[in-house]
Design a protein. Structure first.
Lengths: 258, 244
């Protein structure tokens, strides 16, 4: 990886779906070791950018580079195996699994997934599973999901599903995570605690790109904020810089300008 | 002018234990009651029980004193209750106009008039009538969801996190709209995690924890309660509210 390059670079992405221009020149980069906010009015194309980066859609123009490598139009599993993992705004999950099973599913590089190795190396698999189990417990505890570990995902409340979505992403042991409104529907006090966790995750070297409408969270967490509007890059800067921008105030924050 | 009452309401889903464990609540006309509480407290489940969407319910839900049978959403709707769920609250592949028609499906006549009323109330929808609801922005979609719910001319409105996923500007617009609806005489019960802002627009604050009501007071009193702020609003002191 070139030392002076950004961890993630998105260049001039353009995409249309069903005749609607969703992205019309989205360009920005994310520096390694930062939490970068991605904000903008509803319909600005933020989630669509996530879909392009994570390989969920491939019908777009433009380039996406992660650690210097071209990942544009790669399949989602290829992107996530490269260490770039995302969460979804509408947390779906596997409804018939328990919360604990669901978390365990996302442990990376599980030797037991290959049939030959599963038969020839049971000791290694046991120790891997034990380590994974401990991580799953630890993450569940931090997200206050430990008391519902044996519940089916379908029985969780909307907010708890959002928390599980964050847990799933963390369990994949990523280099970078894309979080799509992780706090929408989460109780404000817990939001504060999860924000602390995200800061700790950043300290551990994981880079975060965060779509969020909760401005206090953006102010508290983000080193840098990228603003999009109408499918385009609008501006970027510190929280104070972007909230002082008249265009951002008018179109996004809903401040009445005299 | 209609009053919604819940008395000792209990219920949950088929596969799990009881989620709502005996809640009493009355919402009068022109009231905007805001339910807050931790994740998994049973807030959405309580709304669904009131709307007749879950069959396993005990206790009494009544409209102007007349009881609603459990699990009978049609009856609830006929008696003037409208419910706006948090997700999947519009038909994404239908146009805005078709959505409004679907909202008026139960009406025997006057669908056109009702649609026109919604367009006067929510002018943003008029320019989008032929557009697919799935292509609307988040804020516009929530406006459509509320308009859909108003097609049957309800007197009680149940809203599940109407501002989740909305930009700050769009969230404020939705709260203003909801406050105005309450002021026009509707009894509104709203679940919100955007709790600080919701309580500023609401008239009452109800705190639900582990399926039980632990507080029910004016919105202002709840907003200023130090313990509630600390436990559920993520704030230490009343003066700390951030305004952009």
């Amino acid at each position: 990886m070139p030392t002076n390059a950004s961890l993630l670079e998105v260049s001039d992405i353009r995409a249309s779906f069903g005749g609607v221009r969703a992205l019309d020149g989205a360009t920005f980069s994310v520096e390694a070791g930062t939490i970068t906010g991605l904000i903008g009015p509803n319909g600005a194309g933020k989630t669509t950018v996530f879909n392009c980066i994570s390989g969920l859609v491939d019908g777009f123009e433009g380039a996406v580079r992660f650690e210097g490598a071209d990942i544009a139009r790669k399949r989602p599993e290829v992107v996530s195996r490269s260490g770039l993992v995302r969460s979804f705004q509408l947390a779906r999950g596997c409804p018939r699994m328990t919360v604990f099973e669901h978390l365990m599913l996302y442990g990376p590089k599980q030797t037991g997934e290959g049939m030959v190795r599963a038969l020839t190396n049971p000791g290694l698999i046991r120790s891997q599973e034990q380590a994974l189990r401990e991580r799953a417990y630890e993450i569940a505890r931090r997200l206050r999901l430990d008391h519902v570990l044996d519940n089916l995902v379908t029985d969780l409340s909307g907010g708890q599903k959002k928390l599980l979505e964050i847990g799933r992403v963390l369990l994949a042991d990523p280099k970078m995570i894309l979080l799509d409104e992780p706090m929408a529907g989460v109780n404000p006090t817990l939001v504060g605690e999860i924000a602390d966790q995200l800061a700790i995750i950043r300290e551990s070297g994981v880079t975060i790109l965060l779509i969020e409408h909760e401005m206090e969270l953006i102010e508290r967490l983000c080193d840098d904020v990228v603003v999009m509007a109408e499918g385009k890059f609008l501006t970027r800067g510190s929280f104070d810089e972007i909230t002082a921008d008249r265009r951002v105030q008018e179109s996004y924050l809903g401040v009445q300008l005299s | 002018m209609t009053t919604l009452s819940a008395s000792d309401v209990c219920g949950g889903y088929a596969t799990a234990e009881l989620i709502v464990k005996g809640v009493d609540l009355t919402v009068s006309p022109s009231e905007l009651a805001v339910i807050i509480g931790p994740n998994g407290a049973g807030k959405s489940t309580f709304l669904k029980l009131l709307a007749g969407l879950l069959p396993k319910r005990t206790g009494q839900v009544s409209i102007d004193g007349a009881a609603l049978p459990p699990g009978d959403a049609h009856m609830a709707c006929e008696r003037g209750v409208s419910f706006v769920p948090q997700e999947r609250n519009v038909f994404g592949s239908l146009s805005v106009h078709e959505n409004l028609e679907m909202g008026g499906y139960l009406l025997r006549s006057g669908v056109k008039t009702r649609i026109e009323e919604q367009l006067i109330r929510f002018p943003v929808l008029r320019g989008k009538l032929r557009e697919k609801a799935g292509n609307l922005s988040g804020g516009q979609r929530q406006v459509l969801a509320v308009a859909l719910a108003l097609m049957t001319n309800p007197s009680v409105l149940l809203l599940d996190e109407p501002t989740a996923g909305l930009s700050p500007a769009a969230a404020k617009d939705i709260f203003v709209l909801i406050r105005d609806l309450a002021a026009s005489g509707l009894a509104i019960l709203m679940v919100e995690q955007n709790a600080l802002l919701a309580l500023e627009y609401g008239t009452r604050g109800v705190v639900l924890v582990a399926g039980r009501k632990v507080r029910d007071d004016t919105a202002g009193t709840v907003l200023e309660d130090g313990e509630i702020r600390h436990l559920f609003l993520g704030r230490a002191a009343p003066a700390a509210a951030h305004r952009v």
